[in-house]
Ligand binder design. Structure first.
Ligand code: HEM
Length: 130
């Protein structure tokens, strides 16, 4: 991850942080509309889901600083997800909903460079989890 890409992700995170509730609402609506089979995997209430999503984004942003240190944590998180019946092919569905929501929320700020930066960060996580 280049320093330029890190700057881009941090900037979009600053934009999104005060609007995480809306982000979460849109993300799950899209995810379940496109992939209704994923709905039963989420057993908690909406608030718990929002926290999981915020946790996910926060992890991606933290990861930018300390990729190597976070790899064992990401593996552990992947094991927990596998135990919760998340399968490797679900990561692409999740990633598509994430990119779609970023595009909707960031609008003009979501330039091709910003898209590539998020894509790379998400793929790194997903590859190490699945
Ligand atoms: C980069 C990919 C992902 C990251 C970083 C991530 C991160 C997290 C975190 C931090 C939590 C909360 C802590 C925990 O319960 O262990 C969580 C929970 C959860 N994640 Fe993920 N996740 C990812 C991908 C996925 C995918 C692909 C699915 C499946 C569609 C998924 C389904 C869930 C579920 C079902 C929960 C529990 C929420 C509940 O009980 O309602 N996650 N995730």
């Amino acid at each position: 991850m280049t320093p330029e890409r890190i700057v881009l992700i941090r900037a979009s995170f600053t934009t999104l942080q005060p609007r995480m509730e809306e982000f979460s609402g849109r993300f799950y609506a899209r995810l379940f509309e496109r992939n209704p089979e994923l709905r039963p995997l989420f057993r908690g209430d909406l608030e718990k889901q929002s926290r999981a999503l915020a946790g996910m984004i926060e992890l991606i942003v933290k990861m930018l600083d300390m990729q190597d240190k976070l790899v064992p944590l990401i593996h552990y998180l992947g094991d927990r997800h596998a135990a919760a019946k998340v399968r490797p092919e679900h990561y692409a569905m999740f990633g598509d909903a994430l990119m779609w929501t970023l595009e909707q929320m960031l609008e003009g700020e979501f330039t091709p460079d910003v898209r590539r930066a998020w894509q790379q960060a998400y793929s790194f996580m997903a590859d190490n989890m699945s």
